[in-house]
Design a protein around this ligand. Structure first.
Ligand code: MN
Length: 250
């Protein structure tokens, strides 16, 4: 199974989660919230071939850590994956919107200039601003909108920009999340958990729980769950296909 957006280092016992994900054969894109946690994740996941570590700077941290944008750009040469990045426009973070936009713009442009990267992007309350930057600077990147919660009109724009989308069990709990998911082109759909922030009741989702999304998607698509699982595997392989990027696979 596959989890395209998980914060492995933020579980109470990351070592145990990583070992179990590895034992279960789960593919994980391990997003990070700071450059320092990128380095920590590289150490934690060393030798785990199905776990790919992304360099990130979470938008909610940009107000305090704007200076670390330079480190994000520097470490980006070591990986094909960039995330968690993006813009958060919700009330607690609206004060740093201008700075967040600047950081996101710089990171997306750097990723493009390095030949294109796979980006995992947060866009809560800021879908239009995120899409504007993708349009201006996205270029060769593959932009994955994680837990997208914009409007149907914003979704349409994201689809026109050839964005990808990662949805998880948490997003699929709401009708809005299911309606958005139903409107995403099947070839651009991926699954995620956003664990340990994504939860099932009061339990944090584990990377292998991403597959809980499959029966819900099967219902939306009106096809058997096995067909959804096959499509998601093909999509993930296409996302990772290094031929579409001008960089070599890390
Ligand atoms: Mn996240």
């Amino acid at each position: 199974m596959i989890d395209t957006h998980c914060h492995l280092d933020l579980y109470p016992n990351p070592g145990r989660v990583i070992a179990e994900a590895d034992a279960r054969g789960t593919y994980v894109i391990a997003v990070t919230t700071t450059p320092r946690s990128f380095l920590g994740n590289l150490r934690l996941t060393e030798g785990r071939k199905r776990i790919r570590v992304a360099i990130g700077l979470h938008p909610e941290l940009v107000a305090e850590r704007y200076r670390e944008v330079d480190d994000v750009c520097r470490y980006m040469e070591q990986t094909t994956y960039v995330g968690e990045i993006g813009i958060d426009g919700s009330p607690p973070h609206a004060g740093s919107l201008a700075l967040q936009r600047k950081a996101f713009h710089t990171i997306v442009r750097q990723a493009d200039q390095l030949g294109g990267k796979i980006l995992s992007i947060h866009s809560r309350g800021a879908a239009s601003a995120v899409l504007q930057t993708i349009e201006e600077e996205g270029g060769k990147n593959k932009s994955v909108l994680h837990w997208f919660s914009g409007t149907q009109i914003e979704l349409k724009k994201a689809i026109d920009l050839d964005c990808w989308f990662s949805v998880g069990p948490s997003m699929l709990k709401s009708k809005k999340g299911r309606d958005l998911t139903a409107a995403i082109p099947r070839k651009r759909l991926l699954i995620e958990t956003d664990g340990p922030f994504g939860t099932d009741g009061d339990r944090p989702l584990m990377p292998w729980d991403a597959e809980l999304a499959i029966p819900v998607i099967a219902k939306l698509w009106k096809v058997p769950a096995t067909e959804v699982a096959d499509t998601l595997c093909v999509n993930f392989r296409n996302l990772l296909n290094p031929k579409d990027l001008q960089v070599s696979e890390s």
